[in-house]
Design a protein around this ligand. Structure first.
Ligand code: UN1
Length: 496
């Protein structure tokens, strides 16, 4: 019997208003039904927004450090449940245990950071231009925030958004990806256990076109924070523009890693394999292009193909497995479409993979072989479009300048990396790469919770998650002038 999961609205667990449900299955073993979840309606979203709106006033008036105390408890419960959460996450979306433990840890780090930040929601004070007058500024919460999250980091990304939103005094309506409703439910249960007041966090399961759109289209929702595809992000921004709604978008990437002739090749190899095939390539920070300087091209390509061929695929719950499945059949099909596109591109050569992985337990799920194309030229579709799967394009470049040009020449700009021992090359890369994140001698993945996370160009709309920067998104500045002169002092006039 599959477990039946529910929405969480106004402090109560409940079904969708029309009783409809959808299934959640294990991508490593599709016959493993994890549970059914409410396929929510516009009416459910409406109730959740009403609950969040009603809860807002007392939540915003609670001292911020008291809100932080709840977030600290959330972090502590997550520490206790880390292994359980990691296992449930692997079962739900497939990435290996090592990575799901990391995903939960990122949530824990974010909880403790947010708890501390509630004592540091600094404003600025500055002297007035007039005597006997104070100028202050302080952060104010926005109100109800709509949180729409993807399936590839089902714990970390919701926490990146929800915890700072709460720390700032906002209330939340949370719609997780329908591929990972289980992990989201566990997160909300933890918030409940930690004592979050009713209505402050509401969970509404279901599809983006109904639940997500209803959140974006409701004027009572002050802000939307979304991580997902650029296509959906643009639609959200257009719909939200009608209400001049604040929107934070973390979208696609086509991240490249440069390996220079002088690089430590063994280290670079480890980084490319981890960046390209970790999470089965399903990260917005995945290494989907590697740009090799000519002097090491042939040698490094061979190392890369050998390493990719030796990766062990399987159920991520098995600790000896390197790469889990794609999240769904549709995702695997879309990855394979890109292999077919690559095969049709002039001069691109399939070095390994290029097909679903079959045989034994691999037949039970949506596995795809780690795939490498060499001879890829700038401008090819497999070089430009986000694939979100285990497909790596290898491009050759003669100089650092050319490599950086190729790296920059996409519509995206999230993560990037360069391997070199030459400090001058590293400095030029730091200066000239157009991306939100630059790694020197490290993989394109591995963001830390207390640093800004986000990208330039079509990767986003200028906001950053993580660190101190996300607190700017979830708060509004209020400017206060206090005049104790006993006169009506006119700025710009009386003093000049
Ligand atoms: C993502 O790639 O979708 O940088 C988010 C990382 C993670 C977050 C990535 N901590 O690897």
């Amino acid at each position: 019997m599959a477990e039946k999961f529910q929405n969480f609205i106004n402090g109560e667990w409940c079904d969708a208003s029309n009783g409809a449900t959808f299934e959640n299955r294990n991508p490593a073993n599709w016959s493993d039904l994890i549970g059914t979840f409410p396929k929510s309606t516009v009416e459910d979203v409406d109730r959740a927004i009403t609950a969040a709106q009603n809860a807002f006033n007392s939540w915003r008036l609670m001292p911020a450090p008291a809100r932080g105390e709840i977030l600290r408890r959330v972090g502590e419960i997550m520490v206790q449940k880390k292994e359980f959460l990691a296992r449930e996450m692997t079962r739900e979306m497939g990435k290996v245990l090592k990575e799901t433990r990391g995903d939960v840890q990122e949530g824990i780090d974010t909880a403790f950071y947010a708890a501390g930040e509630t004592r540091r929601l600094f404003g600025h004070n500055t002297p007035s231009e007039l005597p006997n007058k104070y100028n202050l500024s302080m952060r104010q919460p926005l109100g109800v925030c709509g949180i729409i999250t993807p399936w590839n980091f089902p714990m970390a990304i919701p926490t990146w958004k929800i915890f700072p939103a709460l720390a700032c005094g906002n209330t939340v309506v949370f719609k997780p990806a329908s591929d990972t409703p289980r992990t989201a439910t566990e997160l909300v249960k933890i918030l409940q256990e930690a004592g979050i007041p009713k209505g402050v966090v509401n969970l509404v399961h279901g599809g983006g076109s109904v639940v997500g759109n209803a959140m974006v289209d409701d004027p009572r929702v002050a802000a939307i924070s979304f991580t997902g595809s650029s296509l959906v992000g643009k639609t959200i921004n257009e719909r939200a523009a009608k209400y001049l709604k604040r929107v934070s978008l973390e979208l696609g990437g086509k991240n490249a890693l440069i390996v220079m002739n002088d690089a430590d090749l063994d280290l670079a190899l480890e980084a490319v394999i981890w960046g390209a095939f970790g999470t089965t390539g399903q990260r917005c920070t995945a290494t989907s292009r590697v740009i090799l300087q000519s002097g090491i091209h042939d040698k490094f390509l061979k190392m890369l193909v050998d390493a990719a061929n030796s990766l062990k695929l399987g159920n991520g719950l098995d600790e000896s497995v390197d790469v889990g499945p794609c999240v769904s059949e549709a995702q695997r099909n879309s990855v394979h479409e890109y292999t077919l596109i690559g095969l049709n591109e002039d001069k691109a050569k399939l070095e390994c993979g290029g097909e679903p992985a079959k045989g034994g337990e691999l037949d039970l799920g949506w596995f795809y072989k780690p795939t490498i194309f060499s001879g890829v030229k700038p401008g090819m579709r497999i070089e430009q479009e986000e694939i979100f799967g285990p497909v790596l394009s290898v491009i050759q470049a003669e100089t650092l300048e050319e490599a950086i040009h190729i790296l920059n020449d996409t519509v995206y700009g999230l993560s990037s990396s360069i391997f070199t021992k030459d400090v001058n090359s590293a400095m030029v890369a730091i200066r000239d790469i157009q991306a939100g994140i630059v790694y020197i001698n490290s993989a394109t993945i591995g963001a830390e919770a207390h640093m800004p996370f986000g990208g330039v160009k079509e990767t986003g709309n200028g906001h950053r998650e993580g660190g101190w920067t996300v607190y700017d998104f979830f708060s509004e500045w209020k400017t206060i002038y206090i005049d104790f002169s006993g006169q009506l002092q006119k700025a710009q006039i009386d003093n000049y």
